[in-house]
Design a protein around this ligand. Structure first.
Ligand SMILES: Cc1cc2nc3c(=O)[nH]c(=O)nc-3n(C[C@H](O)[C@H](O)[C@H](O)COP(=O)(O)OP(=O)(O)OC[C@H]3O[C@@H](n4cnc5c(N)ncnc54)[C@H](O)[C@@H]3O)c2cc1C
Length: 805
């Protein structure tokens, strides 16, 4: 066994072996993997081996497609068969809502590069003669789905990695991981120690334990899962080919052929966590959990109805095995915040669909400094401290139980809530606020009107919130809107070297004292890393504000690139709460609650002041994402309830209205203002996103400058545009293709209804060659083509006079 290695991967399941393979593929051969028993000894050996590319998150879907395409490569490199069966897959719909959802998703598949098709019941029966299609409305067919041999695939990754220089140590358990004192890790095993530059936690069922070795609490928990294997079925014996993998989402079962019988898997409603307090070290390799067939009765009943020949089939084997779930079902990948050179590759629920993509992204991150595409949906930093063990358990249970249920875009599931609330939560609630949740915090979406239930109906089309949101938008553009912005992220950066540090991480011009600036942040490869707002409060004191759910993500980047001698960094997101005022009467309202002069000359657009507002000392910044005359007022959290009351009481005179985040979204779309994770992400460059004017190209030394300069000189192939859409009762929601005839010429990033402009709006990326095209564009909404036209200017106040006035 080596005593030094560049990387030690802990865990020889499919994920660890894929990470090892990708590290060698990217040229790092001094890498080793420790496996406490035999390879696959966690959940990998008893997986059902199914794979598919469909995922509600486009980034994850892309990595799943990559995983599937990779198997041929792995076979070639390793010389080992992985038992691939490309049977294709059918996602069937047996309710109108499900069918609407599948049609909407099918339109999006084109954007993701998936070649799926919609098929009707007759075609379904032709592909899968076992199925009784009564009640079935149709299905999405994906020819690129199938199944493989889980152990074969894991061993093929391992062999391919070893052929490229990696070493694998079987029956070597990692006992301890500690800093060596030389900037490396000391990985202590039961067969000696290895000094490593990087450690990857790919310990699957034991990832929590291997995380605890470095003090990291990883939000995942194993859940029990059943499938059963039948004896041979006469209908299948008679078939020359194989039936496709079938997901009957409404019955919550999946089925595929296994030899001449079938494998039937069940997501039962009563999700059962396993080893919630910690995974025993003596579990694994060959044992399974005792089957709990009584828990499956309902699902099996539905399965037998859909596949009647299973009634008479003998059951050859029942498998009950555990595998890990995170609060949102996506993996935990990337650098673990606060633990340098310790990487997560765990929480992978579908190792055979996702393992390749996880391995690629992580290996790129380790060897090249960043993954090549945005993977926030599986970044370990998407969860904050709110993701406690209790929260994780509640959310993972809920995710498992709802795994196949329709997840409506406007639906926020109830488990693990409320966890964090704003200081004015009670005030918001008594005003009829309907809450969503972001980064564990309850955030007001809109306010139900008198006599309406304070609950939004889950819906693919516009919901019952529509009229209330319209009134909020109209108020914001005609009088003044008041919004709780406590969930926004706020970081204080201070000290003698703060300016220098900020000049390194921020790509935009820094503000002078008393100024506010929009300052993009770039990755090393010149792609967007943040759309931050920077407030300069004094010579050496700055506030950086951004999206609340990115706190850990931002802080991880800052820890690596901003912090150092003479630079102080504090996350003050929870220390300070805030309200935003926006609309033509916002200044008059602010003037009523402060004794200080807030006239335009004293507090112009993009300026910040320390003012007394009500009884509190506040930081007041003049800006608004609504495009209106607006202010963000931040006070220490303890003062927020009083401030809110003061503002609302004074606001009566100005017809102020409480507004929520839905209104904010509508208002910003009317102004063509992008937001993070939609229009802006690591997938886009400043040129594409229309943010080049905020980049200070002339300043040397900021991260991503060289790449940004190259990009500036080579015109982008796509650029961000705003579209007006002839929609009926539903708006674009993201990742719909933009079509010109049969050709896909772009895709939507976000959409909604512009209540003041009375237009359905979408933003999206369009090929530059057709950017000026205003006729003939079509965007499918819920599967129905709708005419779209590119807007040359924002629908409201194109010159930006209101916000400056
Ligand atoms: C019944 C069932 C059906 C499934 N069906 C599918 C399916 O159809 N498709 C699909 O994609 N996925 C399926 N899965 C899920 C799939 O099995 C997992 O996603 C996958 O196995 C996760 O792999 P992993 O490498 O992350 O973890 P694991 O397989 O758990 O591997 C972790 C490894 O780390 C080792 N290890 C842990 N701690 C240490 C240590 N301290 N030192 C050394 N070694 C250590 C363990 O021994 C283990 O081998 C199924 C799971 C189950 C239970």
């Amino acid at each position: 066994m080596k005593t030094h290695a560049r990387v030690v991967v802990v865990g020889g399941g499919v994920v660890g072996c894929s990470v090892l393979y990708h590290l060698t593929k990217l040229g790092w051969s001094d890498v080793v993997l420790c496996e406490r028993k035999e390879l696959t000894a966690g959940s990998s050996w008893h997986a059902a081996g199914g794979f598919h590319a469909l995922n509600s998150d486009p980034g994850v879907s892309r990595l799943q497609s990559y995983t599937i395409a990779l198997y041929r490569e792995i076979e070639r490199v390793s010389g080992q068969d992985v038992g691939l069966h490309f049977t294709g897959g059918l996602n069937i719909a047996a309710t109108p809502q499900r069918w609407a959802l599948l049609r909407a998703e099918h339109a999006r598949h084109r954007v993701l590069g998936l070649k799926t098709e919609l098929v009707g019941p007759a075609e379904i029966r032709r592909m899968c003669p076992l199925m009784d299609t009564s009640g079935v409305l149709g299905a999405v067919h994906d020819p690129n789905e199938g199944h493989l041999d889980p152990a074969g695939a894991t061993h093929a990754y391992a062999k391919a990695a070893c052929l490229q220089g990696a070493e694998i140590y079987r029956h070597v358990r990692v006992l301890e991981i500690s800093p060596s004192g030389r900037g490396t890790w000391r990985v202590v095993t039961d067969r000696g120690s290895i000094e490593a530059e990087h450690v990857v936690n790919a310990a699957g069922l034991w990832a929590r334990e291997v995380g605890a070795m470095v003090g990291a609490q990883l939000p995942l928990v194993p859940m029990e899962h059943h499938y059963l294997l039948t004896e041979d079925l006469p209908q299948l014996k008679a078939l020359a080919g194989e039936i496709p993998l079938v997901l009957d989402l409404d019955a919550e079962i999946y089925l595929r052929q296994e030899r001449k019988g079938v494998l039937l898997g069940v997501y039962e409603k009563e999700a059962t966590p396993w080893a919630a307090a910690g995974t025993p070290w003596d579990y694994g390799e060959t044992e399974l959990l005792p089957p709990q067939l009584d828990r499956l009765t309902d699902a099996l009943e539905k399965g037998f109805q859909r596949f009647p020949s299973l009634h008479a089939a003998g059951i050859r084997r029942v498998v009950n095995g555990p595998f890990t779930f995170t609060p949102d079902g996506n993996p935990l990948v990337g650098p673990v915040p606060g633990v340098p050179n310790y990487w997560a590759a765990c929480g992978v629920m579908a190792g055979f669909a996702q393992g390749g993509g996880v391995g690629l992204a992580l290996a790129q991150w380790i060897t090249q400094g960043e993954p090549e595409s945005e993977i926030l949906a599986m970044d370990v930093a998407r969860f904050g401290e709110y993701a406690t063990r209790a929260y994780t358990l509640a959310r993972a249970r809920e995710f498992y139980a709802r795994r196949f249920q329709i997840a409506y875009p406007n639906e926020f599931w109830p488990a693990g809530r409320p966890a964090k609330t704003s200081a004015i939560h009670a005030q918001l609630r008594t005003s009829g606020a309907v809450f969503g949740v972001s980064y564990g915090s309850e955030t007001p979406l809109y306010f139900a009107r008198a006599g309406e239930p304070a609950a939004e109906q889950p819906s693919l089309a516009r919901s019952n919130a529509f009229d209330a949101v319209r009134e909020e938008c109209l108020a914001a553009r005609s009088t003044v809107g008041v919004l709780d912005i406590s969930s926004f992220a706020k970081y204080e950066v201070s000290g003698p070297n703060a300016h220098e540090g900020l000049e390194r991480v921020l790509a935009g011009r820094l503000p002078e004292v008393g100024q506010v600036r929009l300052t993009p942040m770039l990755s090393h490869s010149g792609r967007l890393m943040g759309d931050l707002t920077t407030l300069r409060l004094s010579e050496q004191r700055w506030w950086i504000c951004g999206s609340g759910y990115l706190q850990r993500w931002h802080l991880r980047w800052f820890a690596e690139h901003l912090c150092g001698a003479g630079v102080g960094l504090r996350n003050i997101s929870e220390e300070y709460g805030g309200v935003a005022l926006f609309g033509p009467r916002a200044r008059a309202l602010l003037a009523r609650v402060t004794r200080e002069d807030v006239a335009n000359a004293q507090l112009p657009f993009l300026q910040v002041r320390s003012l007394e507002v009500g009884l509190a000392s506040a930081i007041v910044a003049r800006l608004s994402v609504t495009g209106e005359l607006g202010y963000e007022i931040y006070v220490p959290t303890a003062y927020l309830p009083a401030l809110y009351e003061t503002v609302l009481a004074a606001g009566v005179e100005f017809d102020a209205r409480k507004v929520g985040l839905y209104a904010l979204n509508s208002l910003r779309l009317e102004k063509s203002f992008g937001i993070w994770s939609r229009e802006y992400s690591r997938d886009y460059t400043p040129g594409m996103a229309g943010l080049a004017r905020f980049i200070d190209y002339g300043r040397e030394g900021f991260i991503g400058r060289a790449a940004a300069l190259r990009e500036r000189d080579a015109p982008a192939s796509r650029r961000l545009v705003t579209l007006a859409i002839d929609a009926l009762d539903a708006d674009a929601s993201g990742y719909e293709p933009i079509l010109l005839g049969d050709r896909m010429v772009g895709f939507v990033t976000s959409g909604g209804f512009g209540h003041c402009a009375r237009t359905s709006i979408a933003m999206g990326y369009l090929d530059t060659a057709v950017s000026e095209q205003s006729d003939g564009l079509v965007v499918p909404i819920l599967g129905e083509g709708r005419r779209a036209r590119v807007l040359g200017a924002p629908l409201i106040d194109p010159k930006g006079e209101r916000m400056r006035g």
